[in-house]
Design a protein around this ligand. Structure first.
Ligand code: FAD
Length: 346
């Protein structure tokens, strides 16, 4: 790693005092508990610190990757060979003015949703159970109940690769289902402004949130490390066969294992790390589920979770899975041969 020069850590420390960390285990940080080591992580404590870091990064041509809470990321077993810029709790400012909300990107999403509920604002209830930072949520246009946070955005402020501040209106953010212009852009979201609506009563907002949390607790695996839903729902497949979890289940894949990774027996759109899984185990399962669903239904599922390569490229995990030579169902997973569900065409 030629960029990792002896003076780099000291320089970054002078730009972000107390915010530079060496040799961080990604397996300890990521929700899947998978991944090698990040040699250097910098966590700015203010937007101006981040701007100074990015100016330094661009002047020295340092390769970097942007991380929130890593709840949607599958890190390579080899770890990272680039600088990691982490936007987290140190950038957690928040303010409510009537129905308008301003928040920094590092705030924890369930805390964001709870603060809105306390203020009697409605619109973010669907985000109350989503782990991760607001920056990650905006980047992924995340949400639940078929909603996305982008619907409530007024504008998003980011810091460019060169260290400049930039503000984009909602239209300029290009929000689509689980997508935004920020994916693959290299800009770092530092905050956003939102407009929510005044609820008839804060009690109703809280009740709605409790109902959503209860549903999630019943449906989603919680005991084994996972990254939430692996595949995005495709409206055409949904109309014909149902959501990804139901389709994967109907293909007989619940409980299928590769190495230490397993398609959750509770909800088939989750892959759990049941025993020291490697990134390649998870990628193999993603590739297998995708191939079998394609063979049975004709629909090709896209992954919502993203793979982070050692070079810091972030791509939907199915793209990396396709690039690997995957084992076939018959030769790698003894005893597991999925049966086609009734009504599913070949
Ligand atoms: C148990 C569980 C349940 C989940 N349920 C849901 C759900 O219901 N709905 C849903 O949408 N998601 C869900 N997720 C996925 C995940 O929580 C969301 O995608 C979340 O918003 C990601 O936030 P993060 O901070 O962890 O981002 P990360 O995982 O760290 O990063 C995700 C992407 O955002 C980018 N990014 C992160 N922060 C910034 C920033 N400040 N500026 C620019 N880019 C940034 C990263 O580069 C990466 O491309 C779930 C995950 C888990 C583990």
């Amino acid at each position: 790693m030629p960029w990792l020069t002896p003076g780099l850590e000291q320089d970054l420390n002078s730009l972000v005092p107390g915010g530079v960390h060496r040799n961080i285990s990604l397996a300890r940080v990521s929700r899947w508990r998978v991944g090698g080591t990040a040699p250097l992580v910098v966590a700015p404590g203010s937007v101006s610190e981040l701007q100074r870091v990015m100016t330094y990064v661009s002047r020295h041509g340092l390769p970097y990757v942007v991380l929130g809470s890593s709840t949607n990321l599958l890190f390579a077993d080899e770890g990272l060979e680039v600088l990691a810029i982490h936007i987290g709790a140190r950038l957690g400012g928040f303010r409510i003015e009537g129905a308008r909300v301003w928040s920094e990107a590092g705030i924890w999403v369930p805390a964001f949703a709870r603060r809105l509920a306390r203020a009697g604002l409605s619109g973010a209830e669907h985000t109350c159970g989503i782990p991760g930072t607001l920056g990650g949520l905006v980047c992924m246009n995340g949400g639940s109940q078929r909603k996305g946070i982008g619907d409530h955005v007024i504008d998003v402020t980011s810091v460019t690769a060169g260290g400049e501040r930039r503000v984009r209106t909602r239209e300029e953010c290009g929000f689509r289902y689980r997508q935004s212009v920020f994916q693959g852009l290299g800009e770092i979201i530092v905050g956003a402004r939102f407009r929510f609506s005044a609820a008839d009563s804060p009690v109703l907002v809280r009740r709605e949130m409790l109902a959503i949390l209860g549903q999630r607790r019943r449906k989603f695996p919680r005991k084994m490390p996972n990254c939430g839903s692996v595949f995005v729902s495709n409206p055409a497949m949904y109309a014909q066969y149902g959501p990804p979890g139901a389709v994967i289940e109907q293909c007989g894949l619940k409980g299928m294992r590769v190495g230490g990774a397993m398609i959750s027996p509770l909800h088939a759109n989750f892959i759990v790390n049941h025993e020291a899984a490697r990134a390649t185990d998870i990628l193999s399962l993603i590739g297998l589920a995708r191939r079998i669903v394609r063979e049975r239904t004709g629909y090709t599922m896209a992954a919502e979770v993203c793979y982070v390569s050692p070079a810091g490229e972030i791509v939907p995990a199915h793209i990396r899975a396709e690039a690997l030579r995957l084992p076939s169902v018959d030769d790698s997973i003894p005893g597991v041969t999925p049966e086609p569900a009734s009504g599913m065409g070949q």
